[in-house]
Design a protein around this ligand. Structure first.
Ligand code: AMP
Length: 134
């Protein structure tokens, strides 16, 4: 199943990449809840519902997300990196990682902050640099 996120992971559609390995990819959300809001995906997806994933793919996704969250927290100072799994919009399993200052930063209904493409590129580069140190 080719989704917009499959095409992002393949480099066919541009994204602000923050981390990658053979099977998984992480990039900035296009409509972030906070600076550094990241989406973590399996490059190939058999199902759009995370709890239907093959157990090995599921485990690998969370292992990768943990590493990305460590890099994210190092690059974007925050109290915690919050986690959400929704999938109401894009039918390709993904984990949201959101740097939190307050609980309200994980409210998808709030007004979203706006960042310029330059700011998004700078944030992604900072997270990638931290990821590469791990
Ligand atoms: P959901 O499927 O409900 O978890 O929401 C999908 C998320 O993907 C939303 O936060 C969108 O802002 C984000 N999104 C949709 N298209 C893109 C894209 N091309 N690049 C980055 N993020 C995207």
């Amino acid at each position: 199943m080719a989704t917009i996120f499959t095409r992002i992971a393949a480099g066919e559609i541009p994204s602000y990449k923050v981390a990658e390995n053979e099977d998984y990819y992480a990039f900035l959300d296009i409509n972030p809840l906070a600076k550094g809001h990241t989406l973590v995906i399996p490059k190939k997806v058999e199902d759009d519902y995370i709890f239907n994933l093959d157990p090995a793919v599921y485990e690998g996704l969370w292992q990768f997300a943990r590493k990305v969250a460590v890099a994210l927290k190092a690059a974007v100072p925050c109290k915690r990196v919050g986690v959400a799994v929704l999938g109401m919009e894009v039918p390709h399993t993904h984990i949201h990682l959101v740097p939190l200052q307050t609980e309200a930063d994980l409210d998808f209904r709030k007004e979203h902050p706006v960042f310029t493409p330059e700011q998004q590129a700078e944030t992604a580069a900072a997270i990638l640099a931290e990821y590469e140190k791990l």
